[in-house]
Design a binder for this molecule. Structure first.
Ligand code: ADP
Ligand code: MG
Length: 214
């Protein structure tokens, strides 16, 4: 296999994004990135499964950034995560990968933190929200979160969100997103519930699995 075959340069990404990846030391795509990004960048719905530590965050982040217009100050992408710790990690990785674009604003919405600060951040405007399903529902019910410009919905660690009993919350949140959006589901494992969940609101998702190397 040649180096270029797994380089990010084979993808239709903005030049500043590619330059930033090089600066971050991301020279080669990981297997799940190489398998999922060409499909995700076509705008298709995707169910991607690969073990922990395989680079799933960058896979969905590069897809949602490709859909993002930073000059439009509205929430265009939302990432649902099982816990506050994971939401914080995802926010950090999105900021790293987005730093070459002009002023992409990411707001984290998780429980265990006062609503007031989150509401103020949303009022100031955000391009991307990352959070747990319960708190995102809370903001939607209060009318704090406007999703009419949303074009990418990501479910990260979907298996863990199901373990934590978030099935109904996720369905409720997904149904408040525009039907024209792209939905990307990432998971380390593929329990039965994933197919049931995706059937509720995904459009002919392509399924990609990268098996662990033994
Ligand atoms: P997962 O979500 O699959 O558990 P992460 O997205 O957290 O994995 O990625 C694991 C680590 O790999 C992170 O530290 C991330 O910065 C790094 N990483 C991701 N993609 C690449 C890449 N193409 N080249 C080098 N490092 C990468
Ligand atoms: Mg992850």
């Amino acid at each position: 296999m040649t180096d270029s075959a797994l380089g990010f340069g084979t993808l239709p990404l903005a030049p500043q994004t590619l330059a930033n990846l090089t600066q971050l030391g991301y020279t080669q795509m990981t297997p799940i990135q190489a398998a999922s990004l060409p499909v995700a960048l076509l705008g298709k719905d995707l169910i991607a499964q690969a073990k922990t530590g395989s680079g799933k965050t960058a896979a969905f982040t590069l897809a949602l950034l490709a859909n993002l217009n930073a000059r439009r100050f509205a929430v265009q992408a939302m990432v649902l995560c099982p816990t506050r710790e994971l939401a914080d990690q995802v926010t950090t990785e999105i900021r790293r990968l987005a730093r070459a674009e002009e002023n992409v604003k990411v707001v984290t919405l998780c429980g265990g933190v006062a609503l007031r600060g989150q509401t103020a951040s949303l009022e100031h405007g955000a391009h991307i929200v990352v959070g747990t399903p319960g708190r995102i529902m809370d903001h939607l019910e209060r009318g704090n979160l406007e999703l009419s410009a949303l074009n990418t919905l990501v479910l990260d660690e979907a298996d863990r969100m199901l373990d934590m009993g978030f099935f109904e919350d996720i369905v409720t949140v997904a149904r408040q997103c525009p039907v024209t959006r792209q939905t990307l589901l990432f998971s380390a494992t593929y329990p039965e519930g994933i197919a049931k969940l995706s059937a509720q609101f995904m459009k002919a998702p392509q399924q990609i699995t990268v098996q662990a190397q033994h």
